[in-house]
Write a protein that binds this ligand. Structure first.
Ligand code: NAG
Ligand code: NAG
Ligand code: NAG
Ligand code: NAG
Ligand code: NAG
Ligand code: NAG
Length: 498
């Protein structure tokens, strides 16, 4: 008897020990990614990936990919990254912008891409979570398709639930400073989520998130300010003439986001036609057209040739879905999909080949603990959701967050015509904060000879609000300027001068 009870007690102790071990160990070993098909090399830090279930009854599953910092994971910040859309997967950032790998298109038709370690990965200096949000996006899915009817406020609240569950699974990262980041339509996701996180902190919701601030790149913010910023950008960049600008300004009385008269409408139409052949995500880049999209198109021959370039492709040639077609400001209410916006005309410049090939490969899915396509559907860069823009302007959010001491970096690729820097510059200044670091260049050393070069411009405001441009970058800044991006990211996270 005695012996039996000792064994029993011993097994209870073992169970308790195992439990303690699990709790203190944190990071679930089942989520550890040990190999990646296509990778030529080894991981520079630990990678974890998998689902966080938000709602047992619905089977609402959020997919994340988490990379530990290559520097000092136990002290470096934890950063959440969100791509926009709405409906676009954060693997956009992972594959094309600041993820741990650079993806090279496989040589043979249909073969896996070859992955190389990315020297400018944001995981060099931070722990980073790539999250497919809301459910229905990327590899996140729900068994209840009603969950795909969503909007800004529901997305923010669900992503907050995700964070609480994620930190419960990875408790060892709770003490690290936490930041929220994203680009394009994530200009809405980031402040609305930050606001939920702060409400949670105020209400002492456990676990308590050590939230410090946020970063937004070329972010949608305010219908009017963003909408009015396009024509001045086009003029300043030399895309329309002085006369077109002056005529439009007079006819539209300086209000471009909602044409007030017939004359204004027709002048804006003329401007749109003038800039239509440009790649709106970077006005300096060629606009690629897949052979399929041009074959049956009624466009003139000159347009068919637009994507042809001798240049090896340092950035993507596609432009579908990352944000918004020209002159289609984000308005309150149901956010239409691209095909709806374009009246079912072809979307030009589409090419997501590498990401699509990689994320639809079943071996890759297994390796990163994603469900197969039979469960999630095929991975698409941007999926159509029934999504309502219901949070209004982000200005009150930014005001509340920054006056409460949360740090904010609003950065902008200055050659993006989708969410141009002119709007971000205007709204940051419209908050009315004192300028503490007047408009000045910021610098980087060039890679070849180490000469100091201007990398962009910045203006610092009271309440730890920083506006920053990246010279020559388009909509997805780190895709165009990876080295400069890692530099400003690292310096800002450390609270150093950029
Ligand atoms: C893999 O990496 C090695 C060394 O970094 C390089 O020599 C080789 O060409 C790479 N292979 C492929 C298929 O890219
Ligand atoms: C690649 O494969 C696809 C489908 O298997 C085929 O439709 C396409 O023509 C191929 N492309 C080339 C360049 O061989
Ligand atoms: C879209 O969502 C709204 C509100 O969430 C809902 O009322 C509407 O029925 C949905 N439309 C479709 C086509 O599911
Ligand atoms: C509209 O444009 C026409 C032709 O340029 C001009 O004659 C007319 O005065 C304009 N109307 C207004 C209200 O400015
Ligand atoms: C901002 O803060 C005020 C005062 O606490 C609050 O009434 C308002 O709802 C907040 N707005 C947003 C968008 O968070
Ligand atoms: C700015 O951020 C620093 C570092 O987080 C903090 O110590 C300081 O209080 C903040 N300043 C303001 C005005 O919020």
């Amino acid at each position: 008897m005695a012996r039996k009870s000792i064994i029993l007690e011993y097994s209870i102790v073992l169970t308790l020990l195992a439990f303690c071990f699990l709790v203190t160990e944190g990071a679930p070993q089942s989520a550890l990614v040990t190999q990646i098909p296509g990778l030529n090399g080894t991981f520079n830090s630990k990678h974890y990936a998998g689902y966080v279930n938000l709602d047992e009854s619905h089977g609402k599953n959020m997919f994340y990919y988490f990379i530990e910092s290559e520097k000092n994971p136990s002290n470096d910040p934890v950063v959440l990254w969100l791509n926009g859309g709405p409906g676009c997967s954060s693997f956009d950032g992972f594959v094309y912008e600041h993820g741990p790998f650079n993806f090279e298109l496989g040589k043979a038709n249909g073969s896996l891409p070859i992955l190389h370690n990315n020297p400018y990965s944001w995981s060099k200096v931070s722990n980073i979570i790539y999250l497919d949000s809301p459910v229905g996006v990327g590899l996140s899915y729900s068994k209840n398709k009603d969950d795909y009817n969503t909007g800004d406020l529901k997305t923010a609240s669900e992503t907050h639930s995700f964070l609480l569950k994620w930190f419960a699974i990875y408790p060892e990262f709770l003490k690290n400073p936490f930041y929220i980041s994203g680009e394009s339509y994530a200009g809405i996701y980031v402040p609305t989520l930050a606001s939920e996180v702060v409400k949670g902190i105020d209400a002492k919701v456990e676990p308590v998130i050590n939230f410090k601030g946020y970063l937004v790149g070329n972010g949608v913010t305010d219908e009017k300010i963003d909408g009015n910023a396009l024509v001045p950008f086009q003029h300043g960049m030399g895309l329309i003439s002085d006369k077109m600008f002056e005529d439009a300004t007079t006819a539209c009385k300086g209000v471009f986001y909602t044409p007030g008269s017939q004359n204004c409408t027709s002048l804006l139409l003329k401007i749109t036609q003038t800039v239509m052949g440009l790649n709106i995500y970077d006005i300096l880049e060629p606009c690629y057209h897949s052979p399929l999209s041009t074959k049956n198109s009624k466009l003139p021959m000159s347009f068919h040739k637009l994507g042809e370039t001798e240049r090896p492709l340092p950035v993507r040639t596609r432009m579908f879905g990352r944000a918004w077609p020209l002159n289609a400001p984000v308005k309150e209410g149901l956010v239409p999909s691209w095909p709806e916006l374009l009246d079912n005309h072809h979307v030009f410049c589409t090419d997501d080949t590498v990401a699509t090939a990689w994320l639809n490969n079943e071996d890759v899915r297994k390796a990163i603990h994603a469900e197969p396509a039979t469960v999630t559907g095929p991975w698409e860069l941007c999926k159509h959701l029934n999504f309502t823009h219901d949070a209004g302007s982000m200005l009150p959010y930014h005001k509340n967050l920054t006056t409460r001491g949360y740090r904010a970096l609003i950065y902008s690729g200055d050659h993006d015509m989708c969410v141009p820097y002119t709007g971000s510059e205007k709204w940051t200044s419209s908050l009315g904060y004192a300028i503490v670091d007047e408009w000045r260049p910021w610098y980087t050393k060039d890679q070849i000879q180490g000469y100091v070069q201007v990398a962009g411009y910045t203006q610092g405001y009271a309440n730890n609000l920083t506006f920053l441009t990246i010279k020559g970058a388009g909509h997805t800044v780190p895709e165009y300027k990876p080295r400069e991006s890692l530099q400003f990211y690292d310096n800002w996270l450390q609270g150093k001068k950029i």
